[in-house]
Design a protein around this ligand. Structure first.
Ligand code: GLV
Ligand code: MN
Ligand code: MN
Length: 410
């Protein structure tokens, strides 16, 4: 049995036309009109396949196919929301490959012992409503739906209102049904597999993530008349935080990464010293203790910079997730399946956050990675070759069938 790669690629192409940014990319921020249109299209495909499509209280969509025996399904999936500068593969591949796996089984007349499910989770990106992996976090019981509804997005919208507006406020309770196992196919989004000429990644886990928003309050003042020693420049403080973040990651070395990716200055005018800076700091490390150390060092740097410039600091934690280790039996199954298919395979941790890390709270979970050309992602130039997409989808197919038929994690 093998997937129909042409059908999978055609669906990826069709979905990418929704929110098309005109430069090869997609913008479907969570619970936007574009996200709604993408959801509607994927739900149509799920229903056309005869799947039982269910929507839960946070808008996660779960499509089920019965097995020969009753019981928990083997689940796959990912997300179809994107960042504003998204590519066409991040998340979408995992959902549409999952759909393709089920369609392959349906076409072949094969019904595995266990039920199967393909899901897409709400707001994985966290780019509009923080934290990231929100839908799968709520699915796994890590946040109450009521708390999630009250999250306010970067555009001032309330998540619960947007969920109702786009028509995806479902009735299925959260936390959701506990799967027998969960496996997610995803593009690597980094350079490792390509650099080593490898086709499949057996993902060992996901690094810890810390997102913080800082509001630095200085004093608006005239850019021409205010001597340098009299300034409380929020813009300078924000720039210093960005420099300190880079320096910290370089000094700590290893897997530590640090990013200031969002910065807003007020009043944002050529001849006014900035009085307010709102910025984000994204820190990640595969080691939980090292991540905590980076957070402490960053906090001390921010205090030092603020006091030197005479600006106030307000902090808001947007996301905080410890590193996650995937189930060894699934990592091993991905590895051996890839080898059986004749592919080179590498064990590696994920640098990006994924819904699988939330599902790992409830059931044995793992991931399959395929290479990203140039290691580029969250960028319209994001690309994974058709050959690698086909290879990943076929590995996913066999991994899911093994989990559904045998007692790999029973
Ligand atoms: C979200 O998927 C992230 O890794 O930022
Ligand atoms: Mn993703
Ligand atoms: Mn992403």
């Amino acid at each position: 049995m093998a997937v129909n790669a042409g059908r999978l690629l055609a669906r990826l192409e069709e979905l990418s036309r929704i929110g098309d940014t005109g430069d090869g990319g997609c913008a479907r921020l969570a619970l936007s009109d574009e996200d709604r249109a993408g959801r509607d299209l994927v739900v149509t495909w799920m229903r056309d396949l005869g799947l039982d499509v269910q929507i839960d209280g946070i808008g996660n969509v779960i499509a089920l196919r019965e097995g020969r025996e009753p019981g928990a399904p083997v689940m796959c999936g990912s997300h179809i929301d994107t960042v504003a500068t998204g590519g066409r593969y991040d998340g979408n591949l995992g959902v549409l490959a999952g759909l393709e796996v089920i369609e392959t089984l349906v076409s072949a007349g094969v019904t595995p012992r266990r039920a199967m499910a393909v899901a897409f989770f709400t707001d994985e990106e966290g780019a509009r409503f923080a934290p990231d992996m929100l839908g799968s976090l709520v699915y796994a019981g890590g946040m109450a739906v009521e708390e999630a509804y009250d999250i306010v997005g970067i555009d001032g919208a309330r998540l619960g209102d947007e969920l109702a507006r786009v028509g995806y406020l479902g009735s299925l309770p959260c936390p959701g049904l506990v799967p027998h196992a969960y496996v997610e196919l995803h593009i690597e989004q980094g350079p490792v597999l390509e650099a080593h000429g490898e086709v499949i990644g057996a993902v060992t886990g996901v690094q810890g993530i810390s997102w913080q928003e800082l509001r630095l309050g200085g004093q608006f003042n005239h850019a021409g008349t205010t001597p340098m020693a009299f300034r409380h420049d929020a813009g300078l403080a924000a720039a210093s935080v960005a420099v300190a973040a880079r320096r910290l990651a370089t000094e700590l070395g290893g897997d530590q990464v640090a990013t200031v990716g969002k910065l807003d200055l007020r009043p944002d005018l050529v001849n006014v010293v900035a009085g307010l800076a709102t910025l984000t700091v994204d820190l990640r490390n595969t080691d939980g203790d090292l991540l905590a150390r980076a957070e402490r060092r960053m906090a001390a740097e921010v205090d030092r910079i603020a006091s030197e410039e005479g600006v106030s600091v307000e902090r808001r934690q947007l996301a905080r997730f410890d590193p996650v280790t995937f189930d060894e039996r699934i990592v091993h199954l991905v590895e051996t399946t890839a080898r059986e298919h004749g592919h080179s395979v590498r064990r590696l941790p994920s640098g990006a956050g994924h819904d699988a890390q939330m599902l790992a709270r409830m059931c044995p979970a793992g991931m399959v990675f395929v290479p990203s050309v140039g290691g580029i992602s969250h960028n319209p130039a994001e690309l994974t070759t058709p050959e690698h997409i086909e290879a990943g989808a076929n590995v996913l197919l066999d991994v899911l069938v093994h989990l559904a038929e045998d007692d790999v994690v029973a």
